[in-house]
Design a binder for this molecule. Structure first.
Ligand code: TRP
Length: 459
Protein backbone atom coordinates (compact mmCIF):
# COMPACT_ATOMS: atom_id res chain seq x y z
CA UNK A 1 0.00 0.00 0.00
CA UNK A 2 2.68 2.43 1.13
CA UNK A 3 4.46 2.64 -2.25
CA UNK A 4 1.24 3.48 -4.09
CA UNK A 5 2.03 6.99 -2.91
CA UNK A 6 4.91 7.04 -5.32
CA UNK A 7 2.48 7.60 -8.17
CA UNK A 8 1.03 10.69 -6.52
CA UNK A 9 2.65 14.11 -6.71
CA UNK A 10 4.79 14.67 -3.62
CA UNK A 11 2.73 15.85 -0.66
CA UNK A 12 3.28 19.45 0.43
CA UNK A 13 4.88 19.83 3.87
CA UNK A 14 7.00 21.98 6.15
CA UNK A 15 10.55 22.57 4.94
CA UNK A 16 12.52 23.43 8.08
CA UNK A 17 12.55 22.80 11.79
CA UNK A 18 12.08 26.48 12.57
CA UNK A 19 9.22 26.52 10.07
CA UNK A 20 7.49 23.65 11.89
CA UNK A 21 7.76 25.36 15.25
CA UNK A 22 6.72 28.74 13.83
CA UNK A 23 3.67 27.29 12.08
CA UNK A 24 2.51 25.10 14.98
CA UNK A 25 3.22 27.77 17.59
CA UNK A 26 1.55 30.23 15.23
CA UNK A 27 -1.56 28.06 15.32
CA UNK A 28 -1.51 27.75 19.09
CA UNK A 29 -0.71 31.39 19.82
CA UNK A 30 -3.74 33.46 18.93
CA UNK A 31 -6.70 35.35 20.29
CA UNK A 32 -6.82 32.63 22.93
CA UNK A 33 -3.53 33.85 24.38
CA UNK A 34 -3.83 37.59 24.03
CA UNK A 35 -7.56 38.24 24.27
CA UNK A 36 -9.01 35.30 26.21
CA UNK A 37 -6.27 34.17 28.61
CA UNK A 38 -5.83 37.59 30.26
CA UNK A 39 -9.54 38.12 30.75
CA UNK A 40 -10.29 34.69 32.18
CA UNK A 41 -7.24 34.99 34.42
CA UNK A 42 -8.70 38.31 35.56
CA UNK A 43 -12.11 36.77 36.23
CA UNK A 44 -10.80 33.71 38.08
CA UNK A 45 -8.42 35.61 40.31
CA UNK A 46 -4.90 35.54 38.84
CA UNK A 47 -1.95 33.40 39.92
CA UNK A 48 -3.89 30.47 41.40
CA UNK A 49 -5.86 30.08 38.17
CA UNK A 50 -2.62 30.17 36.21
CA UNK A 51 -1.19 27.30 38.28
CA UNK A 52 -4.27 25.17 37.61
CA UNK A 53 -3.97 26.03 33.93
CA UNK A 54 -0.31 24.95 33.90
CA UNK A 55 -1.25 21.59 35.43
CA UNK A 56 -3.88 21.05 32.70
CA UNK A 57 -1.39 21.98 29.99
CA UNK A 58 1.25 19.59 31.32
CA UNK A 59 -0.87 16.54 32.12
CA UNK A 60 -3.43 16.76 29.32
CA UNK A 61 -2.53 19.41 26.74
CA UNK A 62 1.00 18.35 25.86
CA UNK A 63 0.19 14.61 25.58
CA UNK A 64 -2.86 15.29 23.38
CA UNK A 65 -0.72 17.46 21.12
CA UNK A 66 1.80 14.65 20.76
CA UNK A 67 -1.06 12.25 19.98
CA UNK A 68 -2.38 14.52 17.24
CA UNK A 69 1.08 14.84 15.68
CA UNK A 70 1.48 11.06 15.88
CA UNK A 71 -1.81 10.35 14.12
CA UNK A 72 -1.17 12.89 11.36
CA UNK A 73 2.42 11.99 10.63
CA UNK A 74 1.72 8.27 10.68
CA UNK A 75 -1.19 8.59 8.27
CA UNK A 76 0.14 11.41 6.05
CA UNK A 77 -3.41 12.62 5.59
CA UNK A 78 -5.86 15.32 6.59
CA UNK A 79 -7.80 15.03 9.87
CA UNK A 80 -10.61 12.85 8.50
CA UNK A 81 -8.48 10.83 6.10
CA UNK A 82 -6.01 10.03 8.87
CA UNK A 83 -8.60 8.10 10.87
CA UNK A 84 -9.84 6.34 7.73
CA UNK A 85 -6.33 5.28 6.85
CA UNK A 86 -5.19 4.07 10.27
CA UNK A 87 -8.52 2.46 11.21
CA UNK A 88 -10.29 1.52 7.97
CA UNK A 89 -13.89 0.28 8.11
CA UNK A 90 -14.43 1.65 11.59
CA UNK A 91 -16.39 4.62 12.89
CA UNK A 92 -13.29 6.43 14.20
CA UNK A 93 -13.33 8.81 11.23
CA UNK A 94 -16.29 10.50 12.93
CA UNK A 95 -13.69 12.08 15.22
CA UNK A 96 -12.28 13.76 12.13
CA UNK A 97 -15.74 14.89 11.10
CA UNK A 98 -16.31 16.48 14.47
CA UNK A 99 -13.09 18.39 13.96
CA UNK A 100 -14.31 19.51 10.56
CA UNK A 101 -17.51 20.86 12.16
CA UNK A 102 -15.56 22.51 14.96
CA UNK A 103 -13.31 24.19 12.39
CA UNK A 104 -16.38 25.74 10.77
CA UNK A 105 -17.82 27.01 14.02
CA UNK A 106 -14.56 28.27 15.51
CA UNK A 107 -13.29 30.06 12.43
CA UNK A 108 -16.64 31.73 11.78
CA UNK A 109 -16.64 33.61 15.10
CA UNK A 110 -12.83 33.83 15.28
CA UNK A 111 -12.84 35.82 12.04
CA UNK A 112 -15.33 38.25 13.57
CA UNK A 113 -13.18 38.95 16.65
CA UNK A 114 -10.07 39.23 14.46
CA UNK A 115 -12.04 41.70 12.32
CA UNK A 116 -12.67 43.85 15.41
CA UNK A 117 -8.92 43.99 15.97
CA UNK A 118 -8.38 45.23 12.38
CA UNK A 119 -10.97 47.94 12.99
CA UNK A 120 -9.13 48.86 16.20
CA UNK A 121 -5.80 49.15 14.36
CA UNK A 122 -7.38 51.83 12.17
CA UNK A 123 -8.99 53.59 15.14
CA UNK A 124 -5.67 53.47 16.99
CA UNK A 125 -3.77 54.96 14.05
CA UNK A 126 -6.38 57.73 13.76
CA UNK A 127 -6.00 58.25 17.52
CA UNK A 128 -9.78 58.07 17.94
CA UNK A 129 -9.62 56.98 21.58
CA UNK A 130 -7.70 60.12 22.61
CA UNK A 131 -10.87 62.19 22.80
CA UNK A 132 -12.96 59.52 24.53
CA UNK A 133 -13.58 58.95 28.23
CA UNK A 134 -13.97 55.45 29.70
CA UNK A 135 -17.72 55.27 29.07
CA UNK A 136 -17.33 56.44 25.52
CA UNK A 137 -14.73 53.77 24.79
CA UNK A 138 -17.16 51.16 26.12
CA UNK A 139 -19.85 52.66 23.92
CA UNK A 140 -17.51 52.67 20.96
CA UNK A 141 -16.85 48.93 21.33
CA UNK A 142 -20.54 48.16 21.82
CA UNK A 143 -21.35 50.29 18.78
CA UNK A 144 -18.78 48.54 16.63
CA UNK A 145 -19.76 44.96 17.41
CA UNK A 146 -23.49 45.60 17.16
CA UNK A 147 -23.48 47.48 13.88
CA UNK A 148 -24.42 45.61 10.75
CA UNK A 149 -21.79 46.29 8.11
CA UNK A 150 -18.63 47.58 9.74
CA UNK A 151 -17.66 44.38 11.56
CA UNK A 152 -18.64 42.30 8.54
CA UNK A 153 -16.43 44.42 6.31
CA UNK A 154 -13.42 43.77 8.56
CA UNK A 155 -14.31 40.10 8.99
CA UNK A 156 -14.30 39.71 5.21
CA UNK A 157 -10.95 41.51 4.97
CA UNK A 158 -9.50 39.21 7.63
CA UNK A 159 -10.89 36.05 6.01
CA UNK A 160 -9.44 37.17 2.66
CA UNK A 161 -6.02 37.55 4.32
CA UNK A 162 -6.39 34.06 5.82
CA UNK A 163 -7.35 32.61 2.44
CA UNK A 164 -4.41 34.41 0.80
CA UNK A 165 -1.92 32.72 3.12
CA UNK A 166 -3.50 29.27 2.80
CA UNK A 167 -3.65 29.58 -1.00
CA UNK A 168 0.15 29.72 -1.05
CA UNK A 169 0.30 26.15 0.24
CA UNK A 170 1.95 24.63 3.29
CA UNK A 171 5.60 25.46 2.61
CA UNK A 172 5.17 28.63 0.55
CA UNK A 173 2.14 30.01 2.36
CA UNK A 174 1.58 28.86 5.93
CA UNK A 175 5.23 28.23 6.81
CA UNK A 176 6.55 31.30 5.00
CA UNK A 177 4.21 33.72 6.77
CA UNK A 178 4.61 32.05 10.15
CA UNK A 179 8.38 32.47 9.93
CA UNK A 180 7.94 36.22 9.47
CA UNK A 181 4.94 36.87 11.69
CA UNK A 182 5.90 34.87 14.79
CA UNK A 183 9.21 36.67 15.41
CA UNK A 184 7.36 39.96 14.82
CA UNK A 185 4.80 38.93 17.42
CA UNK A 186 7.52 38.13 19.93
CA UNK A 187 9.23 41.49 19.40
CA UNK A 188 5.96 43.43 19.81
CA UNK A 189 4.96 41.61 22.97
CA UNK A 190 8.37 42.10 24.57
CA UNK A 191 8.21 45.85 23.81
CA UNK A 192 4.76 46.02 25.39
CA UNK A 193 5.99 44.07 28.43
CA UNK A 194 8.89 46.43 28.99
CA UNK A 195 6.52 49.39 28.83
CA UNK A 196 4.06 47.74 31.23
CA UNK A 197 6.49 46.74 33.96
CA UNK A 198 8.24 50.12 33.93
CA UNK A 199 5.01 51.97 34.68
CA UNK A 200 4.92 53.40 38.19
CA UNK A 201 2.55 51.26 40.26
CA UNK A 202 2.90 48.20 38.03
CA UNK A 203 3.94 46.00 40.98
CA UNK A 204 0.35 45.19 41.97
CA UNK A 205 -0.27 43.73 38.51
CA UNK A 206 2.88 41.63 38.63
CA UNK A 207 1.98 40.16 42.01
CA UNK A 208 -1.57 39.48 40.76
CA UNK A 209 0.10 37.16 38.26
CA UNK A 210 2.65 35.65 40.61
CA UNK A 211 1.12 35.38 44.10
CA UNK A 212 -1.52 32.66 44.18
CA UNK A 213 -4.64 32.93 46.32
CA UNK A 214 -6.08 29.41 46.24
CA UNK A 215 -9.27 30.39 48.01
CA UNK A 216 -10.37 31.85 44.68
CA UNK A 217 -10.14 28.57 42.74
CA UNK A 218 -13.68 27.34 42.17
CA UNK A 219 -14.63 24.17 40.32
CA UNK A 220 -15.76 26.43 37.50
CA UNK A 221 -12.25 27.88 37.35
CA UNK A 222 -10.70 24.41 37.05
CA UNK A 223 -13.07 23.47 34.24
CA UNK A 224 -12.43 26.70 32.41
CA UNK A 225 -8.70 26.10 32.74
CA UNK A 226 -8.94 22.73 31.02
CA UNK A 227 -11.28 24.00 28.31
CA UNK A 228 -8.93 26.86 27.66
CA UNK A 229 -5.92 24.53 27.53
CA UNK A 230 -7.56 22.82 24.54
CA UNK A 231 -8.49 26.04 22.83
CA UNK A 232 -5.14 27.69 23.39
CA UNK A 233 -3.07 24.73 22.19
CA UNK A 234 -5.34 24.23 19.12
CA UNK A 235 -6.30 20.74 20.24
CA UNK A 236 -9.27 18.44 19.78
CA UNK A 237 -10.09 19.57 16.27
CA UNK A 238 -7.53 17.97 14.01
CA UNK A 239 -5.41 21.09 13.51
CA UNK A 240 -2.38 19.37 14.96
CA UNK A 241 -3.24 16.15 13.09
CA UNK A 242 -3.19 18.12 9.86
CA UNK A 243 0.01 19.97 10.77
CA UNK A 244 1.54 16.72 12.04
CA UNK A 245 1.02 15.24 8.60
CA UNK A 246 3.30 17.99 7.23
CA UNK A 247 6.13 17.25 9.69
CA UNK A 248 9.09 15.33 8.22
CA UNK A 249 9.76 11.75 9.33
CA UNK A 250 13.10 12.68 10.91
CA UNK A 251 11.71 15.30 13.30
CA UNK A 252 11.29 14.59 16.99
CA UNK A 253 7.53 14.87 17.56
CA UNK A 254 7.78 14.88 21.37
CA UNK A 255 10.25 17.73 21.23
CA UNK A 256 8.09 19.73 18.83
CA UNK A 257 5.01 19.22 21.05
CA UNK A 258 7.04 20.32 24.07
CA UNK A 259 8.44 23.43 22.40
CA UNK A 260 5.06 24.50 21.01
CA UNK A 261 3.41 24.00 24.41
CA UNK A 262 6.10 26.05 26.12
CA UNK A 263 5.95 28.82 23.49
CA UNK A 264 2.16 29.03 23.76
CA UNK A 265 2.26 29.20 27.56
CA UNK A 266 5.07 31.75 27.56
CA UNK A 267 3.21 34.07 25.20
CA UNK A 268 0.03 33.82 27.28
CA UNK A 269 2.02 34.78 30.37
CA UNK A 270 3.78 37.59 28.50
CA UNK A 271 0.38 38.85 27.35
CA UNK A 272 -0.80 38.83 30.97
CA UNK A 273 2.35 40.65 31.95
CA UNK A 274 1.71 43.30 29.30
CA UNK A 275 -1.87 43.83 30.43
CA UNK A 276 -2.22 43.49 34.21
CA UNK A 277 0.55 45.82 35.40
CA UNK A 278 -1.01 48.52 33.21
CA UNK A 279 -4.51 47.69 34.41
CA UNK A 280 -3.44 47.89 38.07
CA UNK A 281 -1.20 50.93 37.58
CA UNK A 282 -4.27 52.89 36.46
CA UNK A 283 -6.56 51.45 39.10
CA UNK A 284 -8.85 49.49 36.77
CA UNK A 285 -10.69 46.29 37.74
CA UNK A 286 -8.94 43.22 36.26
CA UNK A 287 -12.17 41.25 35.88
CA UNK A 288 -13.67 43.23 32.98
CA UNK A 289 -14.35 40.07 30.92
CA UNK A 290 -14.27 39.85 27.11
CA UNK A 291 -14.07 43.64 26.84
CA UNK A 292 -10.74 43.69 28.69
CA UNK A 293 -8.53 44.24 25.65
CA UNK A 294 -11.08 46.19 23.60
CA UNK A 295 -12.41 48.54 26.29
CA UNK A 296 -10.04 48.53 29.25
CA UNK A 297 -6.79 48.68 27.32
CA UNK A 298 -7.61 51.69 25.12
CA UNK A 299 -8.34 53.53 28.39
CA UNK A 300 -5.03 52.45 29.80
CA UNK A 301 -3.16 53.52 26.66
CA UNK A 302 -4.65 57.02 26.89
CA UNK A 303 -3.06 57.55 30.27
CA UNK A 304 0.26 55.96 29.44
CA UNK A 305 3.31 57.85 28.18
CA UNK A 306 3.84 56.75 24.57
CA UNK A 307 0.35 55.25 24.58
CA UNK A 308 -0.33 56.24 20.98
CA UNK A 309 2.40 53.96 19.62
CA UNK A 310 1.76 51.16 22.12
CA UNK A 311 -1.95 50.96 21.29
CA UNK A 312 -1.17 50.56 17.59
CA UNK A 313 1.42 47.89 18.38
CA UNK A 314 -1.00 46.05 20.63
CA UNK A 315 -3.77 45.73 18.06
CA UNK A 316 -1.30 44.78 15.33
CA UNK A 317 -0.11 42.06 17.72
CA UNK A 318 -3.67 40.84 18.18
CA UNK A 319 -4.29 40.68 14.41
CA UNK A 320 -0.98 38.95 13.67
CA UNK A 321 -1.59 36.34 16.36
CA UNK A 322 -5.12 35.77 15.03
CA UNK A 323 -3.93 35.36 11.43
CA UNK A 324 -1.45 32.52 12.02
CA UNK A 325 -4.18 30.73 14.01
CA UNK A 326 -7.03 31.25 11.55
CA UNK A 327 -4.77 29.91 8.81
CA UNK A 328 -4.38 26.64 10.73
CA UNK A 329 -8.14 26.28 11.19
CA UNK A 330 -8.85 26.90 7.50
CA UNK A 331 -6.15 24.38 6.55
CA UNK A 332 -8.10 21.59 8.32
CA UNK A 333 -11.03 22.13 5.96
CA UNK A 334 -8.91 22.81 2.87
CA UNK A 335 -6.74 19.70 3.32
CA UNK A 336 -9.90 17.62 3.59
CA UNK A 337 -11.42 19.01 0.37
CA UNK A 338 -8.14 18.61 -1.45
CA UNK A 339 -7.34 15.04 -0.42
CA UNK A 340 -10.72 13.42 0.11
CA UNK A 341 -12.71 15.30 -2.55
CA UNK A 342 -9.89 15.67 -5.08
CA UNK A 343 -10.44 19.40 -5.44
CA UNK A 344 -7.66 21.75 -6.45
CA UNK A 345 -6.15 23.80 -3.65
CA UNK A 346 -7.57 27.01 -5.09
CA UNK A 347 -11.07 25.62 -5.34
CA UNK A 348 -10.81 24.15 -1.83
CA UNK A 349 -9.69 27.47 -0.35
CA UNK A 350 -12.43 29.43 -2.11
CA UNK A 351 -15.26 27.09 -1.13
CA UNK A 352 -14.09 26.75 2.49
CA UNK A 353 -13.49 30.47 2.94
CA UNK A 354 -16.79 31.55 1.42
CA UNK A 355 -18.81 29.06 3.46
CA UNK A 356 -17.09 29.96 6.73
CA UNK A 357 -17.28 33.69 6.05
CA UNK A 358 -21.04 33.47 5.47
CA UNK A 359 -21.53 31.63 8.75
CA UNK A 360 -19.31 34.25 10.38
CA UNK A 361 -21.51 37.03 9.01
CA UNK A 362 -24.45 35.46 10.80
CA UNK A 363 -22.33 35.35 13.98
CA UNK A 364 -21.44 39.01 13.57
CA UNK A 365 -25.04 40.05 12.91
CA UNK A 366 -26.13 38.14 15.99
CA UNK A 367 -24.29 40.73 18.12
CA UNK A 368 -26.60 43.42 16.76
CA UNK A 369 -29.47 43.29 14.25
CA UNK A 370 -30.03 39.55 14.73
CA UNK A 371 -29.65 39.49 18.50
CA UNK A 372 -33.21 38.25 18.88
CA UNK A 373 -32.39 34.95 17.21
CA UNK A 374 -31.65 32.47 19.99
CA UNK A 375 -30.66 28.84 19.68
CA UNK A 376 -30.75 26.31 22.48
CA UNK A 377 -27.49 24.76 23.55
CA UNK A 378 -28.03 22.05 26.16
CA UNK A 379 -26.35 23.06 29.40
CA UNK A 380 -26.11 26.71 28.35
CA UNK A 381 -29.68 27.74 27.56
CA UNK A 382 -30.70 30.05 24.73
CA UNK A 383 -27.73 31.70 23.00
CA UNK A 384 -27.26 34.07 20.11
CA UNK A 385 -25.47 32.65 17.06
CA UNK A 386 -22.04 34.00 18.06
CA UNK A 387 -22.12 32.57 21.58
CA UNK A 388 -23.66 29.32 20.37
CA UNK A 389 -20.80 28.69 17.93
CA UNK A 390 -18.23 29.62 20.58
CA UNK A 391 -19.69 27.52 23.39
CA UNK A 392 -20.67 24.61 21.16
CA UNK A 393 -17.15 24.22 19.82
CA UNK A 394 -15.20 24.98 23.00
CA UNK A 395 -17.36 22.99 25.41
CA UNK A 396 -18.59 20.09 23.28
CA UNK A 397 -16.56 19.55 20.13
CA UNK A 398 -13.03 20.18 21.39
CA UNK A 399 -13.23 18.12 24.60
CA UNK A 400 -14.99 15.28 22.77
CA UNK A 401 -12.42 15.45 20.00
CA UNK A 402 -9.59 15.39 22.54
CA UNK A 403 -11.18 12.45 24.33
CA UNK A 404 -11.52 10.38 21.16
CA UNK A 405 -8.02 11.30 19.98
CA UNK A 406 -6.55 10.11 23.31
CA UNK A 407 -8.56 6.90 23.26
CA UNK A 408 -7.60 6.30 19.64
CA UNK A 409 -3.88 6.56 20.31
CA UNK A 410 -4.15 4.83 23.69
CA UNK A 411 -6.31 1.86 22.75
CA UNK A 412 -7.00 1.63 19.02
CA UNK A 413 -3.58 2.17 17.48
CA UNK A 414 -0.90 -0.49 17.91
CA UNK A 415 1.35 0.47 20.79
CA UNK A 416 4.23 -0.59 18.53
CA UNK A 417 3.14 1.84 15.79
CA UNK A 418 2.79 4.68 18.27
CA UNK A 419 6.22 3.92 19.67
CA UNK A 420 7.77 3.84 16.21
CA UNK A 421 6.21 7.18 15.30
CA UNK A 422 7.23 8.91 18.54
CA UNK A 423 10.76 7.47 18.48
CA UNK A 424 11.32 7.90 14.71
CA UNK A 425 11.46 4.13 14.20
CA UNK A 426 13.65 3.66 17.27
CA UNK A 427 16.20 6.34 16.35
CA UNK A 428 15.34 8.52 19.33
CA UNK A 429 15.47 7.43 22.93
CA UNK A 430 12.07 8.29 24.36
CA UNK A 431 12.31 7.59 28.06
CA UNK A 432 9.03 9.44 28.59
CA UNK A 433 7.09 7.00 26.41
CA UNK A 434 5.64 4.96 29.31
CA UNK A 435 4.47 8.09 31.12
CA UNK A 436 3.04 9.46 27.87
CA UNK A 437 0.99 6.30 27.34
CA UNK A 438 -0.41 6.44 30.88
CA UNK A 439 -1.44 10.07 30.42
CA UNK A 440 -2.98 9.25 27.04
CA UNK A 441 -4.84 6.11 28.12
CA UNK A 442 -6.10 7.24 31.51
CA UNK A 443 -5.34 10.72 32.79
CA UNK A 444 -6.44 12.66 29.70
CA UNK A 445 -9.66 10.67 29.04
CA UNK A 446 -10.70 10.82 32.70
CA UNK A 447 -9.89 14.51 33.06
CA UNK A 448 -11.70 15.41 29.85
CA UNK A 449 -14.74 13.28 30.75
CA UNK A 450 -15.13 15.07 34.05
CA UNK A 451 -15.11 18.45 32.33
CA UNK A 452 -17.48 17.28 29.65
CA UNK A 453 -19.99 15.80 32.06
CA UNK A 454 -19.85 18.95 34.12
CA UNK A 455 -20.63 21.04 31.07
CA UNK A 456 -23.64 18.83 30.50
CA UNK A 457 -24.70 19.65 34.03
CA UNK A 458 -24.16 16.09 35.22
CA UNK A 459 -21.66 16.91 37.97
N1 TRP B 1 -5.20 28.23 19.50
C1 TRP B 1 -5.70 29.39 18.84
C2 TRP B 1 -5.82 30.52 19.85
O1 TRP B 1 -5.41 30.41 20.96
C3 TRP B 1 -7.01 29.15 18.16
C4 TRP B 1 -7.05 27.90 17.36
C5 TRP B 1 -6.38 27.63 16.21
C6 TRP B 1 -7.77 26.74 17.68
N2 TRP B 1 -6.64 26.35 15.81
C7 TRP B 1 -7.48 25.79 16.69
C8 TRP B 1 -8.59 26.43 18.74
C9 TRP B 1 -8.01 24.50 16.79
C10 TRP B 1 -9.14 25.15 18.80
C11 TRP B 1 -8.84 24.20 17.86
O2 TRP B 1 -6.32 31.58 19.54
Amino acid sequence: MENMNNNLPERDGFASKFGIIAAAAGSAIGLGNIWKFPYITGIYGGAAFIIVYLVCITLIGAPVMLSEFTIGRKAQRNAIGSFKKIAPNSPWFITGWMGFLAAFSILSFYGVVAGWSLDYIVSAIMNKFATMGPDEIGGHFGGLISSAWRPIFWQVVFMAMTAGVVLGGVKDGIEKYAKILMPLLLVIIVILDIRAVTLPGSGAGVSFLLKPDFTKVSSEAILSALGHAFFSLSLGMGTMITYGSYIGKKENLGEVAMQVTIADTLIALLAGLAIFPAVFAFGIEPSAGPGLVFITLPNVFQQMPGGYIFQILFFVLLAVAALTSSVSILEVVVAYFQEEKNMSRTKSVIIATVAITILGMAASLSMGPWSDIKILLPGFGQLNIFDWLDKFSANYMLPLGGLFISLFVGFKMDREDVYNEVSDEGDLSVSYFGAYMILTKFIAPIGISIVFLHNFGLF
